[in-house]
Design a protein around this ligand. Structure first.
Ligand code: COA
Length: 255
């Protein structure tokens, strides 16, 4: 397993740490694979009752690795990124997240699938897919309008505007705002609180809460995947990724 994803199981909690700080925890294909494998194993491991996903107190994740987008990565349903999205969207045990600093792209969209989210007061959420010539994934095109309301979702998804911890708390994307140095510990404490509860009741309650729109979420993810894969190979994405690499502003005026 890559060292850019650390896993640790203690007292019923599997803690998954994004550990690629020099690249702001941007997630590579290998990292998606490692997280997906860890979550698949956790589903059937009786020693794991709850999973906690965390980054660093300065950054949660810069989203998908842009170098990987350029290659381009495998884009089928069985690709590591979509395998990760599928497992997180269907994960039967409680998922807790601690988020500090930037949470870009999938760094934000994965949170729609977490049950409890604790944010540092420096957390900044953004889904700049359009700015990269792409479209949302992880059913964010369904779940963001539901959670934020259509117009705030349009601000986040069409304009690609970031929103801060307070706004995330107001719409219910996060449960609590804490000092960044405490976020991982606060989330760990919540995860441990869950881990001593009866697991079958937890899983059944989560299943019942999610059941109403599980199929809708999976269908939306399948639709997004088709669009995302097409756009990934398109000229706007090419321009956006080139601009990111060259540290310049992209020019979409001729597209
Ligand atoms: N993919 C690949 N490399 C990335 C990356 C990503 N998603 N995000 C950051 N990096 C790299 C930077 O290119 C930089 O590399 P360098 O040191 O060789 O110049 C390094 O990580 C540090 O990033 P930097 O931008 O200097 O850090 P920052 O603290 O000023 O800003 C972010 C942090 C997350 C706000 C900023 O890096 C960012 O916006 N990244 C791109 C996010 C993005 O568009 N992701 C895709 C979403 S779908």
């Amino acid at each position: 397993m890559t060292t850019e994803i650390l896993t640790h199981v203690e007292r019923g909690v599997m803690t998954l740490t994004l550990n690629r700080l020099d690249r702001k925890n941007a997630i590579t294909t290998a990292m998606y694979s490692a997280i997906a494998d860890a979550l698949m194993a956790a589903q059937v491991d009786a020693a794991v009752r709850v999973v906690l996903v965390q980054g660093h107190e300065t950054v949660f994740s810069a989203g998908n690795d842009i170098g990987d987008f350029i290659k381009p990565p495998p884009a089928g349903a069985e690709s590591p990124a979509f395998r990760f999205l599928h497992v997180i969207a269907t994960f039967p045990k409680p998922l807790v997240a601690a988020v500090c600093g930037p949470a870009v792209g999938v760094g934000t969209t994965m949170l729609f699938h977490c049950d409890l989210v604790y944010a540092g007061d420096n957390a900044a959420f953004s889904m700049p897919f359009v700015n990269l010539g792409l479209c949302p994934e992880a059913a964010a095109s369904l779940l963001a309008p539901q959670m934020l309301g259509y117009h705030r979702a349009a601000e986040a998804l069409l304009l690609g505007e970031p929103f801060m911890a307070e706004a995330a708390l107001e719409v219910g994307l996060v449960n609590r705002i804490v000092p960044p140095t405490e976020a991982n510990a606060v989330a760990q404490a919540a995860a441990r609180k869950l881990a001593v509860k009866p697991i079958e009741s937890l899983m059944e309650t989560k299943r019942l809460m999610k059941k109403g729109q599980q199929q809708l979420v999976l269908q939306q993810m399948a639709d997004e995947r088709v669009s995302f894969s097409r756009l990934l190979a398109g000229p706007a994405a090419k321009e956006a990724f080139g601009a990111f690499m060259d540290k310049r502003t992209p020019d979409f005026s001729k597209l």
